[in-house]
Design a protein around this ligand. Sequence first.
Ligand SMILES: C[S@@+](CC[C@H](N)C(=O)[O-])C[C@H]1O[C@@H](n2cnc3c(N)ncnc32)[C@H](O)[C@@H]1O
Length: 281
Amino acid sequence: MSLAMPIEMGWSMSDREFRELRRIIHACSGIVIGPEKHSMIRARLQKRMQALGFSAMSQYLDLLNGPSGRAERNRFISSLTTNFTSFFREAHHFDLLTETILPSITDDSDGIHIWSAGCSSGQEPYSIAMTILDARPELAAKVKILATDIDATIIDKAKQGIFRPGELSGVGTGCLSRHFTPVAGQTDEHMLRISRRVSRLVTFQQLNLVSEWSLTQHFHVIFCRNVAIYFDQSAQDRLWRKLSLHLRPGGWLLIGHSERVPVIQHDYLQPSGLTAYRKPD
Ligand SMILES: C[S@@+](CC[C@H](N)C(=O)[O-])C[C@H]1O[C@@H](n2cnc3c(N)ncnc32)[C@H](O)[C@@H]1O
């Protein structure tokens, strides 16, 4: 067989099995998968089915629902999450951070606490750190950025802080030379590593936004962008409420371009610019 030929998927997925997979992902992560995504889900699970040597979806469902299903559910979630992200995505939030938010919190002796919730492979928290280092380097010692995601595999990648040239499209040349260094020993692709000066501001942690959080911090700013879009309305509403409870008075919540905090929640999250909300003082 030629290596170029597509790998044969030797298993099928019935509608009932697909419904059960959608139920499990929703229960574990809040993510809603539409009924039209049958072939996409099948394609995403192909590698895992192959690695496990399974020939029927029923075997995989037994594993997920069985006594040792917990570890597999992490891998399952990782296969189905959409991790698309980029450096300085939705750039107006980084302008807001330097021009409005940072000047208003510099007197806080307790440090500057920022949360990137649903941080994917790290571009978002590293962009926050680079923005602060470039605009207000004197604040660096006070800044603590917590970066969390449900997907343990993507958190591991984020911690490594190594990026291919194609992943660096939003980064200007000045920023590249200030904050990245070539990875030693790389010959074929010019991989770059985020500098220690940037990464030391960021702490990564696995956290599921739809479960209980063991967080005690209250944040000056929460970036929770392009995550709630995958949840149903009631999960989104609960998330906005919980995030507001983890903001300091006057703190900011920044969300994705196609997300909105509904009017009924504006008492505790007041609209304050494009996809930006503030907890009242
Ligand atoms: C499309 S990425 C957005 C990344 C980044 N915030 C941005 O805007 O570029 C969505 C991320 O949300 C994460 N995610 C999905 N459901 C989650 C949950 N229940 N708890 C925490 N993170 C979740 C996914 O793993 C994924 O990395």
